[in-house]
Write a protein that binds this ligand. Structure first.
Ligand SMILES: C[S@@+](CC[C@H](N)C(=O)[O-])C[C@H]1O[C@@H](n2cnc3c(N)ncnc32)[C@H](O)[C@@H]1O
Length: 373
């Protein structure tokens, strides 16, 4: 039971998004633009290197209205999207629970029932220290929530479905209280998608493509689009972390790079190696299902190349990284998106565009374009 109808009357005061530390400015710019386009008015509060941005609404709004207007998947730089109903700035450290309980009693609508409750902190050095406290605090918090029938009582471990109540500690004496809703949030704790590094993979970059595949493609799409008969070109493939992911799915890959490829990958017989310039390479065996690209190059050059492959019909779909070493990362991403979308539309190609600053990314954003006939 999610009692979403009663939660609609929960007045939301702001939007809290988590991000990689150092990306607050980029996220704030993006959040302000997305909110303005959706007629959600307010301003972003940024504290550099904190790993989150809070967008304070000028007027509280209903949960359902906001949830319909702003989509987590739209926000490239956001790892999580929390609808905040209260920010408690000064918590008495000796009795934090009572203050939180008082706020919940004042603000949570009758019949409010969360499926799960989590206590979180930022993905920063300070946040990691705080995480130990958060882990401990989650036990009494959940007990208190259950006592008041604000949290579902179940002994079984549930996947995150239904409303989740979030207590995000800014520091030991300040907490944002909010909720997230299914289909409009990251399903991962702290918005961090942790993956285990496969010991036989040639590089840690492999985790970027694994996270991208699991983030952008549903399990059904993965079955339909990444299978033994599927083909791919990997531009900037060396030493082979991305190719490894495709080969794991039994795909045939043309790996393009002047650097050497991992020998074990070559021994699978599924990889054709081309020591060539990725900007000049053409698919050797006709159109491929996937173009993947991790070349360290100017984002506008890579964007141009991706558009060209899709428009010329050399590849059906693409996953690529746009390296963004500059301060104006949001603007660079917008320019790349506008350029690619313009070319695909002119060519009459229907497509979906998804972009995310993934947990395993550094100064780069991963884009996935899936075209439809
Ligand atoms: C970040 S690494 C790729 C790592 C790879 N995705 C993996 O998972 O192992 C970038 C690669 O792009 C290659 N590269 C850069 N410019 C290139 C170009 N113009 N043509 C082909 N490869 C290029 C580099 O040689 C380098 O190996």
């Amino acid at each position: 039971m999610t009692n979403s109808a009663s939660s609609d009357s929960l007045p939301i005061k702001g939007v809290l998004c988590y991000c990689r530390s150092g990306y607050e400015q980029n996220l704030a710019q993006e959040l302000e633009q997305v909110c303005a386009q959706s007629d959600v008015f307010g301003y972003a509060k940024i504290i550099p290197q904190t790993g989150y941005v809070y967008f304070s609404l000028f007027t509280p709004a209903s949960l359902s209205a906001l949830n319909a207007k702003i989509q987590f998947s739209q926000l490239m730089f956001a790892r999580q999207l929390v609808w905040v109903f209260e920010y408690i700035q000064v918590l008495d450290r000796s009795d934090r629970l009572v203050q939180i309980q008082t706020v919940c009693a004042d603000l949570l609508p009758a019949e409010f029932l969360a499926k799960t409750a989590v206590v979180e902190s930022a993905d920063t050095e300070d946040g990691k220290e705080l995480a130990k406290f958060c882990r401990k605090f989650s036990v009494p918090l959940r007990q208190m929530l259950r006592q008041h029938d604000w949290l579902y009582r179940s002994k079984s471990k549930q996947p995150i479905v239904g409303i989740t109540l979030h207590a995000f500690f800014e520091h030991g004496s300040a907490v944002y209280l909010g909720v997230t809703l299914p289909n409009n949030r990251s399903a991962h704790e702290n918005g961090i998608y942790r993956l285990k590094f496969p010991q036989d993979a040639p590089s840690r970059s492999t985790l970027k493509l694994e996270e991208a595949i699991n983030t952008f493609l549903t399990p059904t799409q993965q079955k339909e689009l990444l299978h033994a008969d599927a083909t791919a070109v990997d531009l900037g493939a060396c030493p082979g972390g991305w190719t490894y992911q495709l080969v794991q799915r039994k795909m045939h890959v043309e790996a393009v790079d002047n650097g050497a490829m991992d020998e074990a990958l070559m021994a699978t017989g599924l990889v054709t190696y081309a020591p060539a310039d990725g900007f000049k390479y053409q698919p050797q065996y006709g159109k491929v299902d996937w173009l993947v690209c991790d070349m360290i190059e100017q984002p506008n050059r890579v964007a141009q190349l991706m558009a060209q492959w899709l428009v010329d019909g050399w590849a059906t779909n693409a996953i690529f990284n746009l390296k963004l070493p500059m301060k104006q990362r949001f603007t660079a991403m917008q320019n790349a998106q506008v350029e690619i979308e313009k070319q695909l539309k002119q060519a009459g190609i229907s497509f979906t565009w998804q972009a995310k600053h993934l947990y395993h990314n550094r100064d780069e954003v991963t884009v996935c374009i899936i075209t439809t006939p």
